[in-house]
Design a protein around this ligand. Structure first.
Ligand SMILES: NC(=O)c1ccc[n+]([C@@H]2O[C@H](COP(=O)([O-])OP(=O)(O)OC[C@H]3O[C@@H](n4cnc5c(N)ncnc54)[C@H](O)[C@@H]3O)[C@@H](O)[C@H]2O)c1
Length: 250
């Protein structure tokens, strides 16, 4: 793991108890940041927090709930004294169905977590960073499906395209506050979210859509995310960084 020198910085990672979010929390902590892990389940939040170590925090937060996000961000500011990094990672896959048959309830759930949740957390992060007057870095975990379509994933594709658009707008809006806003676009990454959706034959087919012929690993997304969080990326804002094994290059 690379040390991106985040000593003294405070980071929030949403969906930090599993997969890519967990790897981001570990990488940020390894680089010296104090991490507040947000997720839905108290037991998983506490076990991740305990594994990260004494100085780190955890909170049960549903990012689809704007009041919960605001309260949790205020608690981070009060308890840890500042906010420097926000990784907007919490996400769900949604049920697979074509748009012509997509159920309202599932559409609202995917949009509520994957797009509204990113908006709620980005807004609260900007407010916290502005209040502390020390700038910051916001990294939204989008997807290759924030750039291209995919069948039976309309809500997910729409939400992830929205995340990339919001990132680009916010980068311009908040540059004067010293806040950088970027998006990361993972290809297919070996996490519980993906494992729950595919069988072995689908996995083999998906692997071949990546030039190395394999799925990505959560820590490979975390490495780019931690770079973007750090001062090494001081002139990077409004960007979409693929971590996709060449998926979009073909
Ligand atoms: N795995 C992939 O192939 C892949 C590819 C591209 C993008 N992504 C994106 O990466 C992010 C993380 O995905 P992952 O594969 O690590 O999934 P995961 O299921 O392993 O982890 C997601 C975490 O988010 C949490 N979460 C879900 N809804 C939440 C909510 N409302 N509030 C707070 N936390 C919530 C879950 O409890 C879980 O711990 C998602 O935004 C996903 O869309 C994943």
């Amino acid at each position: 793991m690379i040390d991106f020198q985040l000593g003294g910085r405070v980071a929030v990672v949403t969906g930090g108890a599993s997969g890519i979010g967990l790897a981001c929390a570990q990488a940020l902590a390894h680089s010296g940041a104090t991490v507040s892990v947000w997720d839905l389940d108290a037991g998983r939040v506490e076990s991740v927090r305990a594994a990260l170590g004494e100085r780190h925090h955890g909170a049960v937060v549903d990012v689809a709930d704007p009041g919960a996000v605001q309260a949790a961000m205020q608690a981070v500011s009060a308890d840890l004294g500042r906010l420097d990094v926000a990784v907007l990672n919490a996400g769900v896959a949604g049920v697979p169905a074509p748009t012509g048959d997509y159920p309202d309830e599932n559409w609202r759930h995917v949009m509520g977590v994957n797009l509204d949740g990113v908006f709620h957390t980005m807004r609260s992060a900007v407010q916290a960073m502005r209040a502390h007057r020390s700038g910051g870095s916001i990294v939204a975990i989008a997807s290759v499906l924030g750039q291209v379509g995919s069948p039976n994933s309309g809500a997910y594709v729409a939400a992830k395209h929205g995340v990339v658009g919001l990132t680009r707008a916010a980068a311009w809006e908040h540059a004067a506050d010293g806040i950088r806003v970027n998006a990361v676009g993972p290809g297919y990454i070996d996490t519980p979210l993906l494992a729950a959706r595919i069988d072995d034959a689908q996995r083999a087919e998906i692997e071949q859509r990546h030039a190395p012929g394999r799925l990505g690993r959560p820590e490979e997304v975390a490495a780019v995310t931690t770079f973007l969080a750090s001062d090494a990326a001081s002139f990077v804002t409004g960007a979409y960084y693929p971590v996709d094994g060449g998926f979009l290059a073909r």
